[in-house]
Design a protein around this ligand. Sequence first.
Ligand code: KIV
Length: 264
Amino acid sequence: MKKVTTATLCKMKQDGDKITVLTAYDTSFAKLFDEQGIDVLLIGDSLGMVLQGHDDTLPVSVDDICYHTTAVRRGVNRALVIADMPFMSYATVEQTYNNAAKLMAAGAQMVKLEGGSWLLEAISGLTERGIPVCGHLGLTPQSVHVLGGFKVQGREQKQADSLVEQAIALQNAGAQMLVLECIPRALGQRVTEAVNIPVIGIGAGPETDGQVLVMHDMLGISANYMPKFSKNYLQHTGDIRDAVKHYIKEVREGSFPGPEHSFE
Ligand code: KIV
């Protein structure tokens, strides 16, 4: 079994092969997802909501992400492991280096940061020092209070143009992957075509290079609210392994997300 690397993901984009991503927070689920052939596992700060029961991701600490990253990495043979940098853990370049180093030591193979142009120095510095970076644009949940809620982003032309420019700037600074969250489908396609790095969507339409879901949403077991862009794969399969297989199959063949999971 060949391990997934950043080079694998770039080749998948070039070949038009869709990339499958799920969040994971522990060894057992990581192993199960890995065995079904998931390409990337993300230790998302969504764990603040789905594991810890908070209303948002802001209370999550670097130690929390390290703890879950170590557990996930122990379950993985093939998938690439990405760890989220939590809220305010990359407020300065020095903090970014220190905290990214902790996540890599815990088992991450790439770190993900939310935001645009203000991150360029940190992204090029991390990349030069051997830490691969995934950007995250659109709805950036760590900025929920600035954004005024969990809302679709990039509906205005000016905002959409700025998002495309920021995606290109992140790529030019060294980012090797990009997550786009909750944006109109056409903008998801525009960004995907504007950059050479793999673009993973969550509520960004079917044209992105791959899809990511929070595992609790994919299994329909999230405690509170089920986002429009998600799909409960356990409902019709009744088995966790089959649910994951089905998710992977639908992303690969391009039938997920459908129009009902996308924003126009
Ligand atoms: O925290 C997370 O799980 C994420 C995904 C929703 C992309 O950032």
